[in-house]
Write a new protein. Structure first.
Length: 160
């Protein structure tokens, strides 16, 4: 469950927060999306961008990225292939589901970038960067060292 969904479903009190543009905004799918939309995702090949206090009058200032990691060379290629198929499905068909569960849908430009990375692998490509939704609860793979992983991120709300 997203933090926003938890707050809304439990009818909890929340506050407006002043963003980088000096405007007070409420936490919402729209304000989270506005923060994600301001990022130059193509500037980093692994999408590792800090979007906290993003510019824009509608941007929610307490935003962060969620990372999903997979082995570059998986021990179980079939499971890795299934995970990649799932990630592809989330991009192509899961955006509306994410919104209905109060998760941020990814900006269209970012989806296109990720889909190009999820396409057929080129023989010279040594890393595969992937994208997934926090909403589907995909945990990092346990074990291994950071050098064993390809890393990508996804915009989400952050309360920390």
């Amino acid at each position: 469950m997203s933090k926003l969904a938890y707050v809304m479903q439990n009818k909890m009190t929340y506050v407006q927060v002043r963003n980088a543009a000096g405007k007070f905004v409420s936490p919402s799918l729209e304000s989270f999306q506005a923060a994600a939309a301001t990022a130059n995702w193509s500037a980093q090949p692994d999408f590792n961008i800090v979007i906290t206090n993003a510019p824009g009058e509608e941007s929610w200032p307490i935003a962060a990225s969620v990372f999903v990691m997979m082995y570059k060379t998986p021990q179980d290629a079939a499971r890795s292939k299934d995970a990649l198929a799932f990630f592809k499905w989330t991009l192509e068909k899961g955006q509306d589901d994410a919104k209905s569960l109060l998760y941020v849908a990814l900006p269209d430009g970012l989806v296109r970038q990720i889909e190009s990375l999820l396409g057929p692998r080129k023989s010279k490509r040594t890393e595969l960067h992937i994208e997934a939704f926090e909403s589907f609860g995909m945990p990092p793979i346990a074990g291994g060292s950071p050098a064993d992983y390809a890393i990508a991120c996804q915009p989400s709300s952050s309360s920390q």
